[in-house]
Write a protein that binds this ligand. Structure first.
Ligand SMILES: *[C@@H]1O[C@H](CO)[C@@H](O)[C@H](O)[C@H]1NC(C)=O
Ligand SMILES: *[C@@H]1O[C@H](CO)[C@@H](O)[C@H](O)[C@H]1NC(C)=O
Ligand SMILES: *[C@@H]1O[C@H](CO)[C@@H](O)[C@H](O)[C@H]1NC(C)=O
Length: 309
């Protein structure tokens, strides 16, 4: 009796809702994306290739970005705002990079950003002058925005970029560092621990710090600072995100960084100019098995070989 009633209710309730027009075509090969399968079969959704755990909000220091850009080719020019710039808002699965490019049919449309264009120009600028004005935004949207769009508050270009601008205002890196006595000054290096502690005091959470080791100046520069947000868009520790390994294997795990705990990090007030010193392998207190050094040695040997044979 109750089974029959149940079936009747089901038939009455469901049948009209799934009229022929609205009924999904189950046999269309692209009907199921991985998220649908995950939902349908109650699979562990963390197995989906588009699944992510948190958002990394990355700001970069324009003078360091510019140095990298100039290293790539002579004649490269930069647009240089004198404050930290947004790089991106990156959906991230713990312990790995990405996912990226979650929806390749969701193309970037520059005109959708018209209401916030001026703010983007200032706060989320394309520092690499000479590339298309919107090339950074286009890349960020296609690679990261289409994945972030799984969350309702980020499910359009305008929402995604506006969130980055909002966080840039709220977690103003220029101000947070200045308030902690960390100011751009090419003559006064810092340790990564100092920078980490300063940001942590300001936000209450562990950030991640990226350094850039300039092969031309042989110095290390402060490059990016990342803070992390949960899927509820609340600040959280960046613990567990993947960072590039430092050149020397560093056992100081208290800071999430590719900078070495003992090296001097320059927060440059100008775009660093390359030194004119000849390139030499500087022997310092480095561990024996340093891959970067081995590579350099290998390249040197190649040059020597080439010169002598
Ligand atoms: C960037 O490039 C454009 C055109 O290539 C040029 O007009 C502009 O002055 C440049 N801006 C800076 C800051 O170099
Ligand atoms: C992918 O983007 C298209 C175009 O905006 C949209 O119609 C579609 O719903 C998106 N697919 C997913 C799975 O989000
Ligand atoms: C960030 O703080 C600096 C220093 O206090 C200020 O000059 C700048 O305008 C602020 N930026 C934003 C986007 O509010």
């Amino acid at each position: 009796m109750s089974v029959v009633t149940g079936l009747l209710i089901l038939a009455l309730g469901v049948a009209p809702a799934t009229s022929a027009a609205a009924r999904p075509n189950w046999f269309q090969p692209d009907y199921f994306n991985s998220m649908d399968l995950v939902k349908l079969f109650g699979l562990d959704e963390t197995l989906s290739e588009k699944y992510w755990d948190l958002l990394i909000f990355t700001q970069s220091w324009p003078n360091t970005v510019c140095r990298q850009w100039k290293d790539k080719s002579e004649g490269h020019e930069c647009f240089l705002p004198q404050q930290w710039a947004v790089h991106g808002v990156w959906p991230t699965k713990l312990g790995t990079i990405g996912p990226g490019f979650c929806n390749n049919t969701w193309h970037f449309k520059h005109q959708e950003l018209a209401p916030i264009q001026e703010q983007l120009d200032q706060k989320w600028p394309n520092i690499m002058n000479g590339t298309a004005e919107d090339s950074l935004w286009k890349h960020e949207w296609q690679k990261h925005g289409t994945c972030a769009a799984q969350l309702e508050p980020l499910n359009s270009e305008l929402k995604y970029f506006s969130k980055g601008l909002e966080w840039h205002d709220r977690y103003n890196m220029t101000k947070m560092l200045t308030d902690e006595g960390i100011v751009p000054d090419s003559t006064k290096p810092y340790l990564v621990g100092e920078i980490n502690d300063a940001v942590k005091r300001q936000t209450g959470f562990n950030p991640a710090i990226e350094c850039f080791r300039d092969p031309k100046t042989h110095k290390t520069y402060l490059f990016e600072i990342r803070v992390c947000f949960s899927k509820k868009l609340e600040l959280m520790d960046c613990d567990g995100i993947l960072v590039r390994k430092s050149a020397k294997h560093d056992h100081d795990l208290s800071v999430i960084t590719n900078c070495r705990s003992d090296e001097e990090i320059i927060y440059p007030d100008i775009v660093p100019e390359p030194d004119n010193e000849p390139t030499v392998i500087v022997k310092s207190k480095k561990s024996f098995f340093d891959l970067a050094d081995l590579m350099k040695t290998f390249k040197m040997l190649k040059v020597v070989q080439w010169l002598t044979f």
